[in-house]
Design a protein around this ligand. Structure first.
Ligand code: ADP
Ligand code: MG
Ligand code: ZN
Length: 613
C-alpha cells in the first residue's frame, strides 16, 4: 500500500512539472495589457480613440491612438463589426479603425489544443506503468503460473554438506552412490547397469530429510532443483501438470542434475481414494510426474529425489521400479546420533565447561533431529534471558522438558487443594513406576504445570529399544492408572486431571489386543485400516471380524485394564506411607529429581514386583 501511495505521488509530481514547463510556451511576455469590456470599446471607437483591432477567435487586441494597447473579448459566433454595430457604433467610426482578422493556426494555438489531452494521456501512462511494475513484483506468479518456482541450490554461503548431517550413515552411503552415478555414468552404463531414476527419502518429521537432500546438493556439485510438492498445486487449478513439465525440462537441459521434490505426499497420495475435494488437480500432477519419469532415456542423467513422512499413503505407481525404486529410510536418531546432532548444533554457541552433550542425549530418547536443534536453541535463549555469557549444562537440561511438554506455567494460580491433588496424582504415577520391574525408571517428578499438563512424571527407558514387550505394556498401563488411584484412595474422589491418562491406557490396551496379538484371543489382528486418510488421521477401520468376536475384543481390552488397575491399586494401598511422603516432598519442593526420588523409595525398603496376567 505504501508503495502504491509513493507511485501515486511520483505521478502527480511528474504531472506538475510537465504542466509547469508547458505554461512557459503559452505565457506572453511583458506587462499584461489592460482588459476592457466590449461596451467600453464601442464608446472608445465612437470617440475616435481606437486605431486598430486584431481579431483572434474571440480575443480582440486593441491598439489605441495614444500608442497603448488593450484586450477585449467578444462572443465567438458573431463578427466583430456586427457586435460593434449593434452597440451603436456608426459605419464612419468603424471605417476609421483598421480591423484585421488573424488566422488561428499559430504554433501556440495548436499547442494549446494538442498538449492538454496529450499531457493527460502521458500522466495516465506513467501511473499505469508504475502500478503494473508494482503488481508484477508483488504477484509475479499471476503472470507466470505455468512456470515452476524452482530454487537452485548453489550459493556457497549456506551450503550444507554431509558433515552437517549427524548419524544417518546408511542414508548417506546410499546417496553417495547416487552422486557417483551422476558423476561417472559411463562406469555404470558400460557394465549394463541401469541408473536409478528416483530415490525416496522416508522418515518421521524432523529426522533430516530436507537437510540430507540439501547436503546431496552441496556434495554433488551438480545443479540441484528444489521444490515442495505443494507448490505444484498452489494458485490456479490446472497448473500442476505444466509446472511438472517445466521442472523436468529445465532439469534435463541442465543434466547431469538432481530434482528434489519435498513432501511428495502432497501430490503423490493414492489415487481415487475418494475423500475430500480437489482430487483431479492432484491426480493430474501425479500423472505428469509419472509420465516425465518414464520419459527418461536410459542415459538421461537426471535423478529425482523425493521426501515424505507418509510412505504408506503414496500411490503404488510411484514406488514401481523405474520410478522411486530406491527407498532410503531415515530412522529417529539413537543415543549416539543424538549426541552427534547436539554437537553439530552446539557448534558456534558459547558454551560453559560443564556442557556435556552425552548426558543430554541420554535424557532425550524419542527426540528427532529437529527437536534437538530446537532444544539447543531454547537453551541459548534461556541463557541469554538470564544474562549469562555462556550456555550452561543446566540450561540444556531445563530445555528438555520445555521442548517435550511446553513452557513452564508457574504463573497459573492454583489453590492449595489443587496443588495437593496434583502432588498425590504425580506421586501415584511415580510410586507405581518405581514398584514395577518392567516400568521405565522415573527421571523426574514435578507438579509445575507445563503446556496443558498439570504436573508430570518423566520416565525414561534405561536403554534405547525399538521393540516393546507385553510386560512393559502392562507396566505402562498400571503406571498410567497410578494418578487416578492415588486421588481416589486419598481424597475418595477423582478429578478431570486423569482424562488423558485414561485415554492413553485405553488406546494401549486396545492396540495390545487388536494389533499385537497380546491377549488370550491369540496372535492375529482385528480390523483392517485402509489407507484412507482425512486430516492426517485414519477415520475408518474396516471390521474384519464377527460381532461375537467384537464382544470378545471388548472383554479382552477390559481385562487388561481391570487387571493392571488392580495391580496398581494394590501397590498404592499397600505403600500409602511412601505415597504420602512423596506427595509431601513434592508440595514442598515442587520438583523431585531421580536421585532424591529413589532415595525416598529406598528409605521405605520397597522391592519392585512384576505383573502377571
Ligand atoms: P524433515 O525434512 O525430515 O522433516 P529437516 O531436514 O527439515 O527434517 O530437519 C529439521 C532440522 O533438524 C534441520 O534443519 C536440522 O537443523 C535438524 N536436524 C535434523 N536431523 C539432523 C541430523 N541428522 N543432523 C543434524 N541436524 C539435524
Ligand atoms: Mg522436510
Ligand atoms: Zn497423570
Amino acid at each position: 500500500m505504501n508503495k502504491f501511495v509513493r507511485s501515486f505521488l511520483i505521478a502527480i509530481a511528474i504531472l506538475f512539472t510537465v504542466s509547469f514547463i508547458f505554461s512557459f510556451f503559452t505565457a506572453t511576455s511583458g506587462p499584461a495589457p489592460k482588459n476592457v469590456s466590449i461596451g467600453t470599446l464601442a464608446t472608445d471607437i465612437s470617440a475616435g480613440k481606437v486605431k486598430s483591432i486584431t481579431v483572434n477567435g474571440s480575443d480582440l487586441k486593441v491598439g489605441l491612438s495614444d500608442g497603448s494597447s488593450a484586450v477585449s473579448q467578444k462572443e465567438t459566433e458573431t463578427g466583430v463589426v456586427e457586435t460593434l454595430r449593434s452597440l451603436g457604433v456608426s459605419s464612419t467610426s468603424l471605417a476609421a479603425v483598421n480591423i484585421t482578422v488573424e488566422n488561428q493556426s499559430g504554433f501556440n494555438y495548436w499547442m494549446s489544443i494538442i498538449v492538454p489531452p496529450l499531457l493527460t494521456i502521458l500522466a495516465m501512462a506513467v501511473l499505469f506503468w508504475l502500478i503494473f511494475r508494482q503488481a508484477k513484483n508483488g504477484a509475479n506468479q499471476a503472470f507466470s503460473f505455468g512456470k515452476v518456482n524452482i530454487r537452485l541450490f548453489s550459493s556457497d554461503k549456506d551450503k550444507v554438506t554431509f558433515k552437517d548431517v549427524a548419524g544417518l550413515k546408511e542414508a548417506k552411503e546410499e546417496l553417495t552412490e547416487v552422486v557417483d552415478f551422476l558423476k561417472h555414468p559411463q562406469k555404470f552404463l558400460e557394465i549394463g547397469a541401469r541408473i536409478p531414476r528416483g530415490v525416496l527419502l522416508v522418515g518421521p518429521p524432523g529426522t533430516g530429510k530436507t537437510l540430507l537432500a540439501r547436503a546431496v546438493a552441496g556434495e554433488s556439485n551438480v545443479p540441484f532443483f528444489h521444490i515442495s510438492a505443494s507448490e505444484f498445486v498452489e494458485m490456479f487449478v490446472g497448473v500442476g501438470a505444466s509446472r511438472v513439465r517445466d521442472l523436468f525440462q529445465t532439469a534435463k537441459k541442465a543434466a547431469p542434475s538432481i530434482i528434489f521434490i519435498d513432501e511428495i505426499d502432497a501430490v503423490g497420495r493414492e489415487r481415487g481414494s475418494g475423500l475430500g475435494g480437489g482430487h483431479d488437480e492432484r491426480e493430474q500432477t501425479l500423472n505428469q510426474i509419472l509420465v516425465e519419469m518414464d520419459g527418461f532415456d536410459r542415459d538421461t542423467n537426471v535423478i529425482v529425489v523425493a521426501a515424505t513422512n507418509r510412505p504408506d499413503i503414496l500411490d503404488s505407481a510411484l514406488l514401481r521400479p523405474g520410478r522411486f525404486d530406491r527407498r532410503v529410510v531415515l530412522d529417529a536418531p539413537d543415543i549416539n546420533d543424538r549426541e552427534e546432532i547436539l554437537k553439530i548444533h552446539l557448534k558456534g554457541k558459547k558454551l560453559d565447561k560443564s556442557v556435556e552433550p552425552r548426558t543430554v542425549a541420554v535424557r532425550t530418547p524419542g527426540f528427532s533431529g529437529a527437536d534437538l536443534a530446537n532444544l539447543v536453541n531454547e537453551a541459548a535463549i534461556l541463557a541469554a534471558r538470564k544474562n549469562q555469557k555462556v550456555v550452561l549444562q543446566q540450561d540444556l537440561l531445563d530445555s528438555i522438558e520445555k521442548v517435550m511438554l511446553g513452557p513452564e506455567r508457574r504463573g497459573r494460580a492454583i489453590s492449595q487443594k489443587e496443588k495437593e491433588v496434583t502432588a498425590y496424582h504425580e506421586a501415584g504415577h511415580a510410586l507405581v513406576a518405581a514398584m514395577l520391574k518392567d516400568a521405565d525408571p522415573v527421571h523426574k517428578v514435578s507438579i509445575i504445570s507445563r503446556g496443558i499438563a498439570g504436573g508430570y512424571t518423566l520416565k525414561l527407558p534405561l536403554e534405547e529399544h525399538r521393540l516393546r514387550t507385553r510386560s512393559q505394556f502392562l507396566a505402562d498401563l498400571a503406571v498410567s492408572f497410578g494418578g487416578y488411584i492415588a486421588e481416589m484412595t486419598v481424597f475418595g474422589d477423582v478429578t478431570t486431571g486423569s482424562s488423558s491418562d485414561i485415554r492413553n491406557a485405553t488406546e494401549t490396551a486396545k492396540e495390545m489386543v487388536t494389533n499385537y496379538g497380546m491377549s488370550e484371543l491369540g496372535p492375529r489382528t482385528f480390523g483392517r485400516t485402509e489407507g484412507m486418510v482425512f486430516l492426517g488421521r485414519e477415520i475408518s477401520a474396516e471390521k474384519d471380524y464377527s460381532d461375537e468376536v467384537g464382544n470378545k475384543i471388548d472383554e479382552a481390552v477390559n481385562n487388561f485394564v481391570k487387571k493392571t488397575f488392580d495391580a496398581a491399586k494394590g501397590i498404592i494401598v499397600k505403600n500409602k506411607k511412601a505415597l504420602d511422603k512423596i506427595a509431601q516432598v513434592l508440595m514442598e519442593k515442587e520438583t523431585l529429581e531421580k536421585d532424591d526420588f529413589y532415595a525416598i523409595v529406598k528409605s521405605f525398603g520397597l522391592k519392585p514386583i512384576s505383573i502377571k496376567i
